[in-house]
Design a protein around this ligand. Structure first.
Ligand SMILES: Cc1cc2nc3c(=O)[nH]c(=O)nc-3n(C[C@H](O)[C@H](O)[C@H](O)COP(=O)(O)OP(=O)(O)OC[C@H]3O[C@@H](n4cnc5c(N)ncnc54)[C@H](O)[C@@H]3O)c2cc1C
Length: 544
C-alpha cells in the first residue's frame, strides 16, 4: 500500500485528521479538490465558541467546543481574537412586565450556566450591564433598551486554521495536495483499496492505495458516498453571512430575525459580519450563492437593534453548508450539532469512514477521536495525541509588533497584521524585505497586505492559484474588489510560480469571477457600476 490512510477533503476536519494521523506516525495522503477551507470551514462564522445556543439541547456539544477552544487558543495563540457579545434586553427591569422580567431572569440563569464553561476556553464571566453602561460601550444600538448581558467569545481566521493544519500535516510527513479531487473510491472484495485522483491545475491523474479512506468531504460526502455505493445520511443547511466594509460595532450584538431566529452582528478581523441564515439545502454544493432575499432578511434582523446598519456598505454575501446529522420533522435551528463517524463495513466498504456534523470549534477533539479509530482499524498500537500541545506553524510565540516594525522599518499596523496572521513566522516574512526592499510595498489599503506576505505565502503555504491568496492573506476581499492588489499579486505569484501572461490573465479572471459571485446579491446601481469598472480594468490590463 502507498499510504496508511487517505483523507478526502481539506476542511477543518480533513486537515485536522491528516495532521493528527501524521503526528502519530501514519503515512497520510490528504486530497482537497480546491483549496483548504473553501467549504463550510472557511465560510463559517469563524467562532471558536462554545455555542451557548446549543447548551439547552446539546450540552455535550457546548462542553466539547469550550474545551477544544481552550486548546486551539494554546496552539494557535496568534490567530484567535476575543469577541465580547452583548445580549440586549428590550425593556428596563423596573418597568418590565411580568413576562419581560421572566425573560431577564431566564437569560441571566442561562448565561450564568454558560459561565461554568468559560474557564475551559479562557473566557471571562458574563456581566450584567445597565442601560447607561450599554450605550456607553455600544452607542449604535437603538434607544430605549433596558440593559444587556455581556459574554465572552473567540473568533479565528478559519481559512488560515485549515491551511495551518494542512501545512503542519505536511511537516510531519503527510503528502498534501490541494486542487486535487478524489474522483473514485476503489473497492475490492468488500474492502476499500484506495482512491483515484485528478489534479485540476495540471490535469494529471493517478491512483493512491490505502487500507483506510476517511471521507471528510463535508456537504459533498453523500455524493462521494453514493459513488462508492454507501449512504452518508446528512441534512445540509445553507448559512449565509454578509460582510460590511468596516467594523460597525465595538461588540458582537445578538439580534432576532423577523421569524424570531437568533442572529448576530459582530466585528471580525477588519470587517463586520452579519449572520446567519439556516435553511435546508437540496442543491449542488458547488453552486452555492446568496440571494438578495437572504441579504434583506439579515439586514432587517440587525436593523431592529442597530438602526444605522444600512449606512455601512455590504461588500459581500457568502454562504456555507452545515453538515448537520439527518433528522426528520425538525426545524433547521433545532437540529443537533453533534458529530457522527459512519463506518461503511456493513455496506460492503470496510475501511471507509465518513464524518458528519460537529463544529469548527471542536475540530481538534473530533480529529483526535477519528485518528484513535483509524489506529485501531489499522491494528496499530495506541499513540498519544499531541495536537492539544504542539503549536500549529507560527503558534510557537507571538512577537511584539512594535519591535518587529522598528527592526524591519515597516509600519506598525502592517507588522501587527503579519503577527496576527503568521505568529512567530512574521519575522520570516519581514526578512524578505531585507533581501528586496521593494517587498515592503503595501498592496491593499483596506487590508495592509505587504508584497512580502504574498511572496511568503506563495513560497511556503501551498498557493497554486491566485484565488488561494484570498484565503491565505485576504487578497481582494476589501472594498475595492482587488483593484488595488490583485494585478500586482498576480505578477508576484507569476514570478514565483513561472506563470506566463496567458495564465496570469486566466488567474485574474478566475479571482474576479469568484468575487462577483459573492457581490452580485448585494450590489445596487452605483456599486454595480464600480464593480463592472473593476472587472473591465482588470480585463483591459490583462490584454496589454
Ligand atoms: C454558515 C455556517 C456557520 C458556522 N459557524 C460556525 C462557528 O462559528 N463555529 C463553529 O464551531 N462551527 C461553525 N460552523 C460549523 C463548521 O463550519 C463545520 O462543522 C466545519 O467547518 C465542517 O468542516 P468539514 O471539514 O467537515 O467540512 P468542509 O469545511 O465543508 O470541508 C469539506 C472539503 O472537502 C472538499 N471536497 C469535497 N469533495 C471532495 C473530493 N471528491 N475530493 C477532494 N476534496 C473534496 C471540499 O472542497 C471542502 O473543502 C458553521 C457552519 C456554517 C455552514
Amino acid at each position: 500500500m502507498d499510504y496508511d490512510v487517505i483523507v478526502i477533503g481539506g476542511g477543518v476536519n480533513g486537515t485536522g485528521v491528516a495532521r493528527d494521523c501524521a503526528m502519530r506516525g501514519l503515512s497520510v495522503l490528504l486530497l482537497e479538490k480546491q483549496d483548504f477551507g473553501v467549504g463550510a470551514s472557511g465560510n463559517s462564522s469563524g467562532m471558536i465558541h462554545g455555542g451557548i445556543r446549543y447548551m439547552m439541547t446539546d450540552r455535550k456539544v457546548t462542553a466539547l467546543a469550550c474545551r477544544d477552544s481552550g486548546y486551539i487558543q494554546r496552539t494557535a495563540p496568534h490567530l484567535v481574537f476575543r469577541i465580547p457579545f452583548l445580549m440586549p434586553f428590550a425593556s428596563k427591569r423596573d418597568g418590565a412586565t411580568l413576562f419581560e422580567k421572566a425573560a431577564w431572569y431566564a437569560t441571566e440563569v442561562y448565561v450564568g450556566t454558560y459561565d461554568l464553561y468559560q474557564p475551559l476556553k479562557g473566557g471571562k464571566p458574563s456581566t450584567r450591564l445597565t442601560p447607561e453602561e450599554l450605550y456607553a460601550i455600544e452607542p449604535a444600538l437603538r434607544p430605549g433598551l433596558g440593559g444587556a448581558v455581556a459574554l465572552d467569545e473567540w473568533g479565528i481566521d478559519a481559512f488560515r486554521l485549515c491551511a495551518l493544519n494542512a501545512l503542519s500535516a505536511e511537516r510531519h510527513g503527510a503528502a498534501v495536495r490541494n486542487w486535487t479531487e478524489a474522483t473514485e473510491v476503489m473497492m475490492e472484495a468488500g474492502r476499500v483499496t484506495g482512491v483515484r485522483w485528478r489534479d485540476a491545475v495540471t490535469g494529471e491523474s493517478g491512483l493512491a492505495r490505502a487500507p483506510v479512506v476517511f471521507n471528510a468531504s463535508g456537504a459533498w460526502s453523500p455524493a462521494l458516498g453514493r459513488r462508492a455505493g454507501v449512504s452518508v445520511p446528512m441534512r445540509p443547511g445553507k448559512g449565509v453571512h454578509l460582510t460590511l466594509d468596516r467594523r460597525f460595532s465595538n461588540y458582537g450584538v445578538v439580534c432576532a430575525a423577523v421569524d424570531g431566529r437568533q442572529m448576530f452582528l459582530m466585528p471580525h478581523e477588519n470587517d463586520s459580519i452579519i449572520g446567519t441564515t439556516d435553511d435546508d439545502y437540496y442543491g449542488d454544493p458547488d453552486d452555492l450563492e446568496a440571494t438578495s432575499d437572504e441579504v434583506e432578511y439579515l439586514l432587517e434582523g440587525v436593523e431592529s437593534l442597530v438602526p444605522g446598519i444600512r449606512r455601512a456598505r455590504v461588500t459581500r454575501a457568502w454562504g456555507g453548508l452545515r453538515t448537520t446529522l439527518y433528522e426528520y420533522g425538525k426545524n433547521e435551528d433545532d437540529l443537533s450539532r453533534e458529530h457522527f463517524l459512519y463506518h461503511h463495513d456493513a455496506e460492503g466498504a470496510a475501511g471507509l469512514l465518513s464524518f458528519v456534523g460537529g463544529k469548527l470549534a471542536s475540530y481538534r477533539a473530533q480529529s483526535e477521536e477519528v485518528t484513535d479509530r483509524i489506529l485501531e482499524m489499522l491494528g496499530r498500537p495506541a499513540v498519544a495525541c499531541r495536537t492539544h500541545e504542539e503549536p500549529l506553524p507560527g503558534g510557537e510565540s507571538v512577537p511584539d509588533p512594535a519591535e518587529l516594525a522598528r527592526r524591519h522599518g515597516v509600519a506598525q499596523g502592517a507588522a501587527a497584521r503579519l503577527v496576527y496572521r503568521h505568529g512567530a513566522l512574521a519575522e520570516e516574512v519581514l526578512r524578505l524585505c531585507g533581501e528586496d526592499p521593494r517587498l515592503k510595498l503595501c498592496l491593499c489599503r483596506d487590508e495592509g497586505i505587504l508584497a512580502a506576505e504574498v511572496v511568503h505565502c506563495v513560497r511556503h503555504e501551498k498557493v497554486r492559484r491566485l484565488q488561494d491568496l484570498r484565503r491565505r492573506c485576504r487578497l481582494a476581499t476589501g472594498g475595492c474588489a482587488g483593484l488595488d492588489c490583485a494585478r500586482i499579486a498576480a505578477q508576484l505569484a507569476a514570478h514565483e510560480l513561472g506563470w506566463d501572461a496567458e495564465r496570469v490573465r486566466a488567474e485574474l479572471s478566475d479571482l474576479l469571477e469568484l468575487d462577483w459571485r459573492e457581490r452580485r446579491a448585494v450590489l445596487d446601481g452605483a456599486q454595480l457600476a464600480a464593480q463592472e469598472m473593476a472587472r473591465n480594468v482588470h480585463r483591459g490590463l490583462g490584454e496589454l
